[in-house]
Structure formats: C-alpha cells, structure tokens
Design a binder for this molecule. Structure first.
Ligand code: APR
Length: 319
C-alpha cells in the first residue's frame, strides 16, 4: 500500500515538497491549506504532470483535516515567511498561533505520524508543535540542519571548485544567526578543512566569510526575492528526512531534535546529528566538539532558550 504524506501549508515550500514527493513516488500526497484553492490548484497541476513524468501517485488538495487522516508523514510549512529586513524570530507571534491550530488538527487525525516541521522560527516552533500536540518527541522533528549544511557545502564547493559530493560537513545548533558550522567535522575529499587552511588552499578569512554567508544564507535569498523566502532547498531537505523515515534508511542527518542531556542540554529542541529510520528519531549522535565549537554551540542553545522564553510570554501554556 502506498504511504500517505500530508503537507500542511501549500505555499512555496508546500508546493515544491508535493512536486518532489511526486517525482520520487514516495507516497500519495494530501496538500492541506486554509486557502483551499491554492492546495487544490497545486495538487491538480502536479497531478497533470504525471503522464509526462511517469509517476503514479494520488494528489489531492483540501482544507479539511479529515482528508489527512492516518497520514504516515506530515510536513508542516503553515505560516508566514520573512520579508526583507526581518529575522526568523520576528515571525514568532503569528506563526505560534498558526502552529497551535495545526497541532490540534494533526493530533486528532494522525497521532502516529512522523512530523517534520519547517515553519520558522524553527527550533521554537517545532518545540511548540510538540507541546501543543503532545505527540511523541521522537516523532516530531525540525528541518534546518540539512539546509544550513547544504548551503555551507555549496559555498565551499564553489570556492574550492570541487563537486559538492567531495565535501562533508555539519551545521548544528539553532536555525538562526547563532548556527554553528562544525569545522572540526568538515572534510574535503577526506581531508580536514583545517589542513586545507594550513596548506593555503583556502584562506582562513575566506573560510570565515563562507561561515558568515551560510548563517545569513536565508536572508540573502529573502533580499533577492523581496516577496517570500527560500523554498527549493528547504523542500529538498524536508524530503530527505521523510524518505529516510519511510524507507528506514537510517541516514545520519542534522535535524532539530529534542535533547535529553546530549551535548549537555535537555528539554530543548536544537540542531544535532540524528539517525532517522522507521521509528522516527532513533538516535542522537554525539560528535566530539572542539572547545570553540562547544562554546559556540552553547551560545546557540542560549539563543534558542531566549526565544522560547519569549514564546512562553506570548502563550504561558507552553511553560
Ligand atoms: N493552516 C494551514 N495552512 C496555513 C495556515 C493554517 N493555520 N496559516 C497559513 N497557512 C498557509 C498559507 O495559506 C500559505 O499558503 O501556509 C502557507 C505558507 O506558504 P508561503 O507563504 O508560501 O510560505 P513558505 O515560503 O512556504 O514558508 C512557510 O516555512 O521556511 C519557513 O519561514 C518560512 O515560516 C515560513 C514557512
């Protein structure tokens, strides 16, 4: 039987997710949006590409949670994206309200689903989604680290004039300006990036510039687009998580997961490497961090905590 994948939010990311899932035939797709017409129109448009692209799945659009019942995977992008000059944190108040509605909808209709949250500000919204829904913490996870790592790897590949496949790296911590590129775990063709700096293949300043550009990677795109934020790379990253769960691939992926003491933190969501398989988040992988990475990771967690405190002021029920 085909798997059922529900996309809550049929905007830029939701529509792109639907298209990628269709091309990969990962499962039948339900596009849900409060704006039913957008969900229905995109579902129909993608379905009409099936004879050309030769995929065989069902796609529907809806504004009724009953149609999403018993989903295997739910990907949440409902919410408002950034406008130029805004930080992800500026979206907190409005997106918290939206996520509360979403949590109520999905817990009634798909309590066993694996839920991937993409709505920003990511770490706090995924935590709110878990608290509002009461669904298991290993089944609710946030998409950010794959995207941030992908941006970092892409920029490095452009600088080093190497294919992206040659570069391995992780960007961890919160999905904001405090995110941490793990240089100690960054390898180019099997060699540590720090060796490349020593050998003069990449200047230290250039590497720092790339780390900074990665932190502001989302804002760079918001500035170009003027209306809306990035959607192709975020959707591709969400699909990689869904696929690892649905096919039990047990891939190690950087995701926002609920920490229970790992890296010295607990009761908070933050970006760490996790194994995603058929049980959801099956394991949190603890990398050996350098002192500098450790200190930057702690600062990043502090930033997430501060924003969560702000969320609790908006809605004391989150406490
Ligand atoms: N339930 C379902 N859908 C909703 C709700 C709701 N309560 N409220 C808003 N939506 C829908 C909107 O109607 C819109 O179609 O969410 C969709 C969001 O789509 P876009 O505005 O195109 O935003 P997108 O670029 O897809 O980003 C969505 O992901 O990366 C984050 O920062 C980004 O928070 C933003 C989210």
């Amino acid at each position: 039987m085909k798997k059922k994948i529900t996309l809550i939010g049929a905007g830029q990311i939701g529509g792109t997710l639907a298209h990628l899932i269709a091309l990969k035939e990962l499962g039948n797709v339900v596009l849900f949006d409060v704006a039913a017409g957008i969900a229905k129109g995109k579902a129909l448009d993608i379905a009409q590409s099936s004879p050309v692209n030769k995929f065989n799945i069902d796609l529907i659009g809806t504004d009724n949670y009953e149609d999403t019942k018993n989903s295997d995977v739910i990907i949440v992008t409902a919410g408002v994206p950034r406008k130029p000059g805004m930080t992800r944190d500026d979206l907190l108040g409005i997106n918290l309200k939206i996520i509360k509605q979403v949590a109520e909808g999905i817990k009634k209709t798909s309590p066993d689903a694996f839920v991937i949250c993409i709505t920003n500000p990511l770490d706090v919204i995924v935590m709110a989604l878990q608290k509002y829904s009461g669904m298991p913490k290993n089944k609710i996870v946030g998409m950010a680290g794959i995207l941030d790592s992908s941006r970092f790897i892409y920029f490095l590949s452009q600088e080093l004039k190497l294919p992206v496949q040659k570069i391995k790296s992780f960007v961890l911590g919160g999905h904001g300006d405090s995110m941490v590129a793990m240089l100690g775990s960054t390898e180019v063709d099997g060699k540590k990036i720090k060796e490349l700096v020593k050998e003069g293949i990449i200047q230290k300043e250039k590497l720092e510039e790339i780390v900074e550009r990665t932190k502001k990677g989302g804002a760079e795109i918001v500035k170009f687009l003027e209306k809306g934020s990035a959607f192709y790379a975020p959707a591709a990253s969400g699909v990689e998580m869904a696929e690892s769960y649905l096919k039990d691939l047990k891939k190690q992926l950087p995701c926002a997961a609920y920490l229970t003491g790992e890296y010295g933190f607990k009761e908070i969501y933050a970006g760490v490497p996790v194994i995603i398989g058929k049980s959801g988040v099956e394991k949190i992988v603890e990398l050996d961090l350098t002192d500098e990475e450790n200190s930057n990771f702690s600062k990043s967690i502090d930033a997430v905590k501060q924003l969560f405190d702000a969320a609790k002021k908006i809605d004391p029920k989150l406490a």
